[in-house]
Ligand binder design. Structure first.
Ligand SMILES: Nc1ncnc2c1ncn2[C@@H]1O[C@H](COP(=O)(O)OP(=O)(O)OP(=O)(O)O)[C@@H](O)[C@H]1O
Length: 214
């Protein structure tokens, strides 16, 4: 079976510090990759590289056999990236944020009210996002997962600030995506509940001597 995504020999340097080198992995349909490691090790950097938001110093990534930089538009359509800070507009309400996100994602037929209900924000639709709690803002950002058509989800700390029910909801959504042959790459400082061979892990550690020498 061919891989959905294949990363080969990735190397990244930030602020003159080597974060990781020659890092490789591949994922088949229905697999989830948990990127682990201490604060500052380079997990978000790796996710941003996979999402095409940062260039690695070396290495390559293929999605469905296509090189990352071959057709950037096509690449972007096939993945969904949600960063570790909820990208919500502070002055817009929850409902307006959902419309705004869907428009940015190029989705025109979203039922924002149904989405609000799904992510547990019904009744809070008119409140500006800046007045919502951290977990409620996270739910706005994660609502994209309920309409996304992308095969590959790249999620940086998606569980942050979520309560027990929110975490369960997200797990159920992940399960559904994987059953639909989707693929997920995420960071999380909390352990994941998946078991078996559908869960893969890579760990990024601080390099012994991350300083770059001439
Ligand atoms: N925009 C930037 N410019 C320069 N260096 C950066 C930038 N963003 C991050 N870094 C550095 O890159 C290193 C890795 O950061 P990264 O955010 O990838 O870590 P992380 O493993 O995701 O950490 P955490 O668990 O705290 O989220 C850190 O030393 C950080 O200071």
């Amino acid at each position: 079976m061919s891989a959905v995504i294949e990363a080969k020999q990735l190397t990244s340097v930030r602020a003159e510090r080597l974060l990781f080198s020659e890092l490789s992995f591949q994922l088949q349909t229905g697999e989830i990759l948990h990127v682990e490691g201490p604060n500052g090790a380079g997990k978000s950097t790796l996710l941003r590289i996979i999402a095409g938001l940062l260039e690695p110093l070396a290495g390559s990534i293929h999605l469905f056999g296509q090189p990352q930089w071959g057709d950037p538009e096509c690449w972007r359509r096939q993945l969904l990236f949600i960063g570790h800070k909820p990208a919500v507009k502070a002055e817009l309400s929850a409902l307006e944020n959902l419309h705004f996100q869907a428009t940015l994602d190029g989705v025109t037929n979203v039922d924002a009210w149904a989405l609000l209900e799904t992510v547990g924000l019904l009744g809070l639709e008119d409140i500006p996002a800046q007045q919502l709690s951290a977990g409620q803002q996270r739910r706005i950002a994660l609502a994209r997962l309920w309409y996304s058509q992308a095969s590959l989800w790249i999620l940086d700390e998606p569980f942050t600030a979520l309560d027990t029910y929110g975490i369960q909801l997200l797990h159920e959504r992940f399960q559904h995506h994987l059953q639909q042959d989707g693929v997920i790459i995420l960071t999380s400082h909390q352990p994941l509940t998946w078991s078996g061979d559908r869960l893969k892990k890579i760990r990024i550690e601080f390099q012994d001597d991350g300083e770059l020498h001439e």
